[in-house]
Design a protein around this ligand. Structure first.
Ligand SMILES: [Zn+2]
Length: 212
């Protein structure tokens, strides 16, 4: 986590005083000032009725969308219990929304997260919480996939970890190459999912077997 103060403050805003970061760690007032600037830059009137609340609204929205930047997903993985389990644990179709850091446009999709436990087993909902918090920050899908896998490897000491992410990137569908319907798929395979073809095949059957 980087302290929000690190991002401050080279501008000498006309407001003079530094707006306090909210407890979420995101400085909503600063975002609102920036959004007002963007509206001016595109030739809009930020004071007209329809737009006058927009900067503050976007500030609140970014606090939500980037809230994961100020949370440590490891805490969810430290509430494990000790259990002997020698089978693949998979949570499939975890929906998420994230923000492409290259364009500040959303990408959204699903993550499939699996592990082959060592001795540490966690509640299934924790896997979804980890996905959620890693997603709620400026991201690229490849790194997000890798980050989730590494967190599980490091905290659970699992024999194997697999993360597959499928997402639609609005920076590819509404602008640029404009290819609606294209889905980006990334995967990170660790331990036995990487080394053992039969374990990987079992995973693919669990994820896709009855659907594709
Ligand atoms: Zn992008």
């Amino acid at each position: 986590m980087k302290p929000s103060s690190e991002m401050r403050d080279t501008d000498s805003g006309s407001l003079g005083s530094e707006s306090p970061a909210t407890k979420s760690g995101v400085d909503q007032e600063r975002i609102a000032r920036a959004v007002r600037e963007i509206l001016l830059a595109i030739g809009e009137d930020p004071d007209r009725e329809g737009l006058c609340e927009t900067p503050a609204r976007v500030g609140r929205m970014y606090a939500e969308l980037f809230g994961g930047l100020h949370q440590d997903p490891r805490r969810h993985l430290r509430k494990f219990f000790t259990e002997t389990c020698d089978e693949v644990v998979l949570v499939r179709d975890i929906s998420f929304n994230s923000m492409c850091e290259h364009h500040m446009l959303p990408f959204m999709g699903t993550a499939h997260v699996a592990y082959l436990p060592g001795e540490r087993v966690i509640g299934l909902s924790k896997l979804a919480r980890v996905v959620e918090e890693v997603a709620r920050r400026p991201q690229v899908q490849e790194r997000m996939t890798e980050e989730i896998a590494n967190l599980l490897v490091e905290e659970l000491h699992a024999k194997g970890v697999a993360v597959i992410v499928e997402a639609v990137h609005t920076c590819m569908t509404i602008r640029g190459v404009r290819k609606p319907g294209s889905v980006c798929v990334t995967s990170a395979m660790k331990g036995s999912f990487r080394n053992k073809a039969s374990t990987r095949a079992e995973l693919m059957t669990l994820i896709y077997g009855n659907r594709r």
